[in-house]
Design a protein around this ligand. Sequence first.
Ligand code: SF4
Length: 320
Amino acid sequence: MKIYLANPRGFCAGVDRAIDIVDLSLKKYGAPIYVRHEIVHSRHVVNSLRTKGAVFVEELGEVPEGSVVIFSAHGVAKSVWEEANQRRLQVIDATCPLVIKVHNEVNRDHMQGYDLILIGHAGHPEVIGTLGQIPDKFHLVSSVDDVEKLQVENTKALSYVTQTTLSVDECRDIVGALNKRFPHIKGPHQEDICYATQNRQNAVKALSSLVDVILVIGSPNSSNSNRLRELGERCGIPSYLIDAASDINPTWLSNAKAIGIAAGASAPEVLVEEVVTYLKTLGPAEVENLTVVEEDVEFVLPKELITIQSASQSVGVQAG
Ligand code: SF4
Protein backbone atom coordinates (compact mmCIF):
# COMPACT_ATOMS: atom_id res chain seq x y z
CA MET A 1 0.00 0.00 0.00
CA LYS A 2 1.19 3.52 -0.76
CA ILE A 3 0.31 6.39 1.57
CA TYR A 4 0.59 9.94 0.28
CA LEU A 5 0.63 12.77 2.84
CA ALA A 6 -0.66 16.07 1.51
CA ASN A 7 1.72 18.92 2.21
CA PRO A 8 0.91 21.57 3.40
CA ARG A 9 -1.43 19.98 5.91
CA GLY A 10 -2.54 20.69 9.45
CA PHE A 11 -1.85 23.78 11.55
CA CYS A 12 -1.76 27.15 9.81
CA ALA A 13 -0.13 30.27 11.27
CA GLY A 14 -3.45 31.52 12.71
CA VAL A 15 -4.12 28.26 14.54
CA ASP A 16 -0.53 28.05 15.84
CA ARG A 17 -0.86 31.59 17.18
CA ALA A 18 -4.27 30.96 18.79
CA ILE A 19 -3.05 27.83 20.61
CA ASP A 20 0.13 29.67 21.76
CA ILE A 21 -2.09 32.46 23.09
CA VAL A 22 -4.03 30.04 25.32
CA ASP A 23 -0.86 28.25 26.47
CA LEU A 24 1.00 31.48 27.26
CA SER A 25 -2.05 33.03 28.97
CA LEU A 26 -2.26 29.98 31.24
CA LYS A 27 1.43 30.49 32.08
CA LYS A 28 1.04 34.22 32.70
CA TYR A 29 -2.30 34.39 34.51
CA GLY A 30 -2.78 30.82 35.78
CA ALA A 31 -5.88 28.61 35.44
CA PRO A 32 -8.70 29.01 34.85
CA ILE A 33 -8.47 30.95 31.60
CA TYR A 34 -11.81 31.42 29.84
CA VAL A 35 -12.01 30.97 26.07
CA ARG A 36 -15.05 32.16 24.16
CA HIS A 37 -15.96 29.41 21.68
CA GLU A 38 -13.57 26.60 20.73
CA ILE A 39 -10.22 28.35 20.23
CA VAL A 40 -9.90 26.44 16.92
CA HIS A 41 -12.25 23.77 15.58
CA SER A 42 -10.36 20.69 16.74
CA ARG A 43 -11.70 18.31 19.37
CA HIS A 44 -8.15 17.15 20.10
CA VAL A 45 -6.79 20.68 20.67
CA VAL A 46 -9.76 21.76 22.79
CA ASN A 47 -9.55 18.67 25.02
CA SER A 48 -5.82 19.10 25.46
CA LEU A 49 -6.16 22.80 26.48
CA ARG A 50 -9.05 21.92 28.78
CA THR A 51 -6.80 19.56 30.74
CA LYS A 52 -4.33 22.45 31.20
CA GLY A 53 -7.00 24.72 32.71
CA ALA A 54 -8.79 26.42 29.80
CA VAL A 55 -12.55 26.76 30.28
CA PHE A 56 -14.50 26.96 27.03
CA VAL A 57 -17.73 28.96 27.03
CA GLU A 58 -20.14 29.98 24.29
CA GLU A 59 -21.27 33.29 25.83
CA LEU A 60 -19.51 35.91 27.93
CA GLY A 61 -22.31 35.67 30.52
CA GLU A 62 -20.64 32.42 31.63
CA VAL A 63 -17.37 34.24 32.47
CA PRO A 64 -17.03 35.69 36.00
CA GLU A 65 -16.62 39.49 36.05
CA GLY A 66 -13.02 40.69 35.94
CA SER A 67 -11.66 37.40 34.51
CA VAL A 68 -9.28 36.91 31.59
CA VAL A 69 -11.10 35.77 28.43
CA ILE A 70 -9.64 34.81 25.07
CA PHE A 71 -11.56 35.34 21.83
CA SER A 72 -11.16 32.44 19.40
CA ALA A 73 -9.31 32.54 16.07
CA HIS A 74 -12.63 33.01 14.22
CA GLY A 75 -13.16 36.57 15.45
CA VAL A 76 -16.16 38.16 17.16
CA ALA A 77 -18.87 40.75 16.51
CA LYS A 78 -18.37 44.28 17.87
CA SER A 79 -21.17 43.65 20.36
CA VAL A 80 -19.03 40.95 22.00
CA TRP A 81 -16.24 43.49 22.61
CA GLU A 82 -18.81 45.89 24.08
CA GLU A 83 -20.17 43.22 26.40
CA ALA A 84 -16.63 42.31 27.53
CA ASN A 85 -15.95 45.97 28.38
CA GLN A 86 -19.22 46.31 30.30
CA ARG A 87 -18.37 43.20 32.33
CA ARG A 88 -14.78 44.41 32.96
CA LEU A 89 -13.26 41.32 31.36
CA GLN A 90 -9.62 41.35 30.36
CA VAL A 91 -9.67 40.30 26.70
CA ILE A 92 -6.83 38.63 24.86
CA ASP A 93 -7.72 38.51 21.20
CA ALA A 94 -6.72 35.35 19.30
CA THR A 95 -8.62 36.39 16.15
CA CYS A 96 -6.48 35.39 13.16
CA PRO A 97 -4.89 38.48 11.57
CA LEU A 98 -6.34 37.36 8.23
CA VAL A 99 -9.86 37.50 9.70
CA ILE A 100 -9.07 40.94 11.15
CA LYS A 101 -8.07 41.99 7.62
CA VAL A 102 -11.62 41.11 6.47
CA HIS A 103 -13.13 43.02 9.42
CA ASN A 104 -11.04 46.05 8.43
CA GLU A 105 -12.26 45.84 4.82
CA VAL A 106 -15.87 45.66 6.01
CA ASN A 107 -15.51 48.66 8.32
CA ARG A 108 -13.69 50.73 5.67
CA ASP A 109 -16.27 50.02 2.96
CA HIS A 110 -19.15 50.67 5.35
CA MET A 111 -17.64 54.05 6.29
CA GLN A 112 -17.35 54.87 2.58
CA GLY A 113 -21.08 54.24 2.13
CA TYR A 114 -21.02 50.80 0.51
CA ASP A 115 -23.65 48.12 1.04
CA LEU A 116 -21.81 44.88 1.76
CA ILE A 117 -22.10 41.26 0.74
CA LEU A 118 -20.38 38.46 2.63
CA ILE A 119 -19.80 35.19 0.79
CA GLY A 120 -19.87 32.57 3.52
CA HIS A 121 -21.75 29.87 5.39
CA ALA A 122 -24.55 30.93 7.73
CA GLY A 123 -23.96 30.11 11.37
CA HIS A 124 -20.17 29.70 11.18
CA PRO A 125 -18.55 31.71 14.01
CA GLU A 126 -16.32 33.61 11.58
CA VAL A 127 -19.38 34.63 9.56
CA ILE A 128 -21.25 35.71 12.71
CA GLY A 129 -18.23 37.80 13.74
CA THR A 130 -17.80 39.40 10.32
CA LEU A 131 -21.52 40.21 9.93
CA GLY A 132 -21.35 41.68 13.42
CA GLN A 133 -18.86 44.37 12.33
CA ILE A 134 -21.62 46.62 11.02
CA PRO A 135 -25.22 46.95 12.13
CA ASP A 136 -26.99 46.91 8.75
CA LYS A 137 -26.65 46.85 4.96
CA PHE A 138 -24.89 43.48 5.09
CA HIS A 139 -26.11 40.56 2.96
CA LEU A 140 -24.95 36.95 3.26
CA VAL A 141 -24.75 34.73 0.17
CA SER A 142 -23.65 31.09 0.11
CA SER A 143 -24.37 30.08 -3.48
CA VAL A 144 -24.89 31.33 -7.03
CA ASP A 145 -28.60 30.80 -6.40
CA ASP A 146 -28.46 33.21 -3.43
CA VAL A 147 -26.87 35.83 -5.72
CA GLU A 148 -29.78 35.53 -8.17
CA LYS A 149 -32.30 36.13 -5.36
CA LEU A 150 -30.41 38.97 -3.68
CA GLN A 151 -32.24 42.28 -3.15
CA VAL A 152 -29.99 45.34 -2.69
CA GLU A 153 -30.90 49.01 -2.52
CA ASN A 154 -27.90 50.63 -4.16
CA THR A 155 -26.25 48.57 -6.89
CA LYS A 156 -23.72 51.37 -7.60
CA ALA A 157 -22.10 51.26 -4.15
CA LEU A 158 -21.74 47.58 -3.42
CA SER A 159 -18.74 45.60 -2.24
CA TYR A 160 -18.09 42.03 -1.17
CA VAL A 161 -15.81 40.15 1.19
CA THR A 162 -15.51 36.40 1.79
CA GLN A 163 -15.13 33.95 4.63
CA THR A 164 -11.46 32.90 4.80
CA THR A 165 -12.06 29.14 4.61
CA LEU A 166 -14.29 28.74 1.54
CA SER A 167 -13.87 26.43 -1.39
CA VAL A 168 -11.75 28.40 -3.89
CA ASP A 169 -13.66 26.93 -6.85
CA GLU A 170 -17.16 27.58 -5.46
CA CYS A 171 -16.21 31.07 -4.37
CA ARG A 172 -14.95 31.84 -7.89
CA ASP A 173 -18.39 30.89 -9.28
CA ILE A 174 -20.19 33.08 -6.72
CA VAL A 175 -17.89 36.05 -7.40
CA GLY A 176 -18.52 35.52 -11.14
CA ALA A 177 -22.29 35.65 -10.55
CA LEU A 178 -21.91 38.81 -8.44
CA ASN A 179 -19.82 40.52 -11.11
CA LYS A 180 -22.34 39.56 -13.76
CA ARG A 181 -25.36 40.79 -11.82
CA PHE A 182 -23.69 43.88 -10.31
CA PRO A 183 -21.04 45.12 -12.79
CA HIS A 184 -19.96 47.95 -10.43
CA ILE A 185 -19.36 45.69 -7.43
CA LYS A 186 -16.01 46.13 -5.66
CA GLY A 187 -14.03 43.17 -4.27
CA PRO A 188 -11.08 42.94 -1.87
CA HIS A 189 -7.66 44.08 -3.16
CA GLN A 190 -6.22 40.76 -2.15
CA GLU A 191 -8.25 37.56 -1.84
CA ASP A 192 -9.95 36.96 1.50
CA ILE A 193 -9.72 33.16 1.23
CA CYS A 194 -6.54 32.68 3.21
CA TYR A 195 -3.24 31.21 2.02
CA ALA A 196 -3.65 28.13 4.26
CA THR A 197 -7.08 27.26 2.86
CA GLN A 198 -5.82 27.66 -0.71
CA ASN A 199 -2.66 25.64 -0.16
CA ARG A 200 -4.50 22.75 1.54
CA GLN A 201 -7.03 22.65 -1.28
CA ASN A 202 -4.24 22.60 -3.88
CA ALA A 203 -2.63 19.74 -1.98
CA VAL A 204 -5.88 17.71 -2.09
CA LYS A 205 -6.16 18.34 -5.84
CA ALA A 206 -2.63 16.99 -6.25
CA LEU A 207 -3.48 13.94 -4.10
CA SER A 208 -6.57 13.18 -6.14
CA SER A 209 -4.56 12.29 -9.24
CA LEU A 210 -2.60 9.62 -7.33
CA VAL A 211 -4.88 7.92 -4.80
CA ASP A 212 -7.97 5.70 -4.57
CA VAL A 213 -9.32 7.19 -1.35
CA ILE A 214 -8.70 10.36 0.68
CA LEU A 215 -8.87 10.67 4.47
CA VAL A 216 -9.19 14.27 5.65
CA ILE A 217 -8.31 14.76 9.30
CA GLY A 218 -10.42 17.47 10.90
CA SER A 219 -13.37 17.96 13.23
CA PRO A 220 -16.92 18.02 11.82
CA ASN A 221 -17.32 21.74 12.65
CA SER A 222 -14.09 22.73 10.87
CA SER A 223 -15.05 24.68 7.75
CA ASN A 224 -11.76 24.31 5.89
CA SER A 225 -11.63 20.55 6.63
CA ASN A 226 -15.14 20.06 5.23
CA ARG A 227 -14.13 21.93 2.09
CA LEU A 228 -11.15 19.56 1.67
CA ARG A 229 -13.40 16.50 1.87
CA GLU A 230 -15.87 18.00 -0.63
CA LEU A 231 -13.03 18.87 -2.99
CA GLY A 232 -11.73 15.29 -2.89
CA GLU A 233 -15.23 14.07 -3.81
CA ARG A 234 -15.52 16.66 -6.60
CA CYS A 235 -12.24 15.32 -7.99
CA GLY A 236 -13.90 11.89 -8.15
CA ILE A 237 -12.13 10.29 -5.17
CA PRO A 238 -14.14 8.81 -2.25
CA SER A 239 -13.20 11.14 0.62
CA TYR A 240 -13.92 10.91 4.35
CA LEU A 241 -13.64 13.41 7.18
CA ILE A 242 -12.25 11.84 10.34
CA ASP A 243 -11.49 13.32 13.74
CA ALA A 244 -9.05 10.53 14.57
CA ALA A 245 -7.81 7.11 13.39
CA SER A 246 -10.59 5.47 15.41
CA ASP A 247 -13.17 6.95 13.00
CA ILE A 248 -11.80 5.00 10.02
CA ASN A 249 -14.14 2.36 8.65
CA PRO A 250 -11.89 -0.37 7.16
CA THR A 251 -14.42 -1.01 4.36
CA TRP A 252 -13.54 2.46 2.96
CA LEU A 253 -10.04 1.15 2.27
CA SER A 254 -10.80 -2.24 0.79
CA ASN A 255 -9.12 -2.52 -2.63
CA ALA A 256 -7.33 0.84 -2.13
CA LYS A 257 -3.76 0.59 -3.37
CA ALA A 258 -2.97 4.24 -2.66
CA ILE A 259 -4.42 6.28 0.22
CA GLY A 260 -4.15 10.06 0.52
CA ILE A 261 -4.11 11.82 3.88
CA ALA A 262 -4.88 15.51 4.18
CA ALA A 263 -5.43 17.55 7.33
CA GLY A 264 -7.40 20.73 7.92
CA ALA A 265 -5.78 23.87 9.32
CA SER A 266 -6.77 23.02 12.90
CA ALA A 267 -5.69 19.35 12.90
CA PRO A 268 -2.47 18.58 14.81
CA GLU A 269 0.27 16.47 13.23
CA VAL A 270 0.00 13.86 16.00
CA LEU A 271 -3.37 12.81 14.52
CA VAL A 272 -1.75 12.33 11.10
CA GLU A 273 0.90 10.14 12.73
CA GLU A 274 -1.79 8.06 14.45
CA VAL A 275 -3.61 7.51 11.16
CA VAL A 276 -0.38 6.42 9.45
CA THR A 277 0.37 4.06 12.33
CA TYR A 278 -3.12 2.56 12.02
CA LEU A 279 -2.81 2.12 8.24
CA LYS A 280 0.50 0.32 8.71
CA THR A 281 -1.30 -2.28 10.83
CA LEU A 282 -3.33 -3.20 7.73
CA GLY A 283 -0.28 -4.26 5.70
CA PRO A 284 3.10 -3.13 4.37
CA ALA A 285 2.99 0.56 3.53
CA GLU A 286 5.29 3.08 1.87
CA VAL A 287 4.77 6.70 2.99
CA GLU A 288 5.52 9.69 0.78
CA ASN A 289 5.02 13.45 1.28
CA LEU A 290 3.37 15.18 -1.64
CA THR A 291 4.45 18.80 -1.36
CA VAL A 292 2.76 21.46 -3.47
CA VAL A 293 4.27 24.46 -1.68
CA GLU A 294 6.36 25.21 1.41
CA GLU A 295 4.68 27.48 3.97
CA ASP A 296 6.67 29.88 6.15
CA VAL A 297 3.96 32.24 7.44
CA GLU A 298 4.09 33.33 11.09
CA PHE A 299 1.96 35.85 12.97
CA VAL A 300 3.12 37.90 15.94
CA LEU A 301 1.52 37.37 19.33
CA PRO A 302 -0.48 40.02 21.20
CA LYS A 303 1.95 42.37 22.94
CA GLU A 304 0.90 41.34 26.47
CA LEU A 305 2.18 37.80 25.78
CA ILE A 306 5.43 38.53 23.94
CA THR A 307 7.54 38.81 27.12
CA ILE A 308 6.18 35.56 28.53
CA GLN A 309 6.94 33.87 25.20
CA SER A 310 10.54 35.14 25.28
CA ALA A 311 10.92 33.95 28.89
CA SER A 312 9.56 30.48 27.97
CA GLN A 313 11.91 30.25 24.99
CA SER A 314 14.98 31.19 27.04
CA VAL A 315 14.07 28.56 29.68
CA GLY A 316 13.73 26.05 26.83
CA VAL A 317 17.18 26.96 25.46
CA GLN A 318 18.81 26.66 28.91
CA ALA A 319 17.05 23.35 29.54
CA GLY A 320 18.13 22.10 26.10
S1 SF4 B 1 -7.37 28.98 8.29
FE1 SF4 B 1 -6.60 30.92 7.49
S2 SF4 B 1 -7.91 32.50 8.39
FE2 SF4 B 1 -8.24 30.60 9.56
S3 SF4 B 1 -6.79 30.74 11.26
FE3 SF4 B 1 -5.73 29.66 9.62
S4 SF4 B 1 -4.60 31.29 8.50
FE4 SF4 B 1 -6.17 32.28 9.76
